[in-house]
Design a protein around this ligand. Sequence first.
Ligand SMILES: C[S@@+](CC[C@H](N)C(=O)[O-])C[C@H]1O[C@@H](n2cnc3c(N)ncnc32)[C@H](O)[C@@H]1O
Length: 275
Amino acid sequence: MTALLYNEDALAGLSRIEDASVDLVIADPPYGLGKDYGNDSDCLGAQEYLSWSRSWIDAVAPKLKANASLYVFLTWQHSPEVFSYLKTRLTMVNEIIWDRRVPSMGGSTRKFSSVHDNIGFFAKSRDYYFDVDAVRIPYDAATKKARSRSIFVGKKWLEIGYNPKDVWSVSRLHRQHAERANHPTQKPLEIVERMVLASCPPGGTVLDPFMGSGTTAVAAARHGRRFVGFELNPDYFAIVESRVAEVALGQRSLDLQARKSEIALSDCAGEAASG
Ligand SMILES: C[S@@+](CC[C@H](N)C(=O)[O-])C[C@H]1O[C@@H](n2cnc3c(N)ncnc32)[C@H](O)[C@@H]1O
């Protein structure tokens, strides 16, 4: 599968992407909260931030195929205005609340502590691709047992699991987490993989205008989707390249192992036939 990675401002590079060629956009832009990404991309005032958000949305929207989707990570500070603008161009499907599972450690005494991100899920048309079976969550043994009354026996939904709800409770990545790269706002693969599996057909194309550490690129590579993405910061870009290369290396060694066992199997078959 191809991964086209550009160390470039997305607003400059997006013009090279063919219109109506992308199945899924996963956008995790600076949130407009003054984070340090080694550049001044998150230092805009509120009005400037909204105007910049409209610019990237205008650049990205034409790239979507007729049945494509777009997810955008934001927080409560700017999500109402950005979602409103997106609604002028696309159909809103869900607002997903990502509960980052932040432990209680004192917190603010002047307001309630904010522990979630607001993820907007939008589609180009009502006929958008969505594979719920790819992201079902299996019922645990205790729940299955509790549903053992005769009216539930043999029910397909009990066997295949349930559709994830719109609150996703997934821990943010701690510094010690095996997945963690050197990026301040890296997203967990579990979240991004769910988006890729549900909203991009196998072999389809995923676009991430703000790659950061490359979580979307990794999710696409792991699941046989094509990928194209942009990142401004050269240090983060190097992380993306190495994370994607690691997946490719793993896949090549898996492929090699599979071919080796295929050879071993056909050797056995040969022996059996000649014996
Ligand atoms: C919220 S982070 C993305 C994190 C990513 N989803 C991950 O899991 O690692 C946003 C990233 O966008 C980059 N960025 C900001 N403005 C950009 C632009 N105009 N073009 C490309 N990248 C940009 C920043 O350097 C930062 O790494």
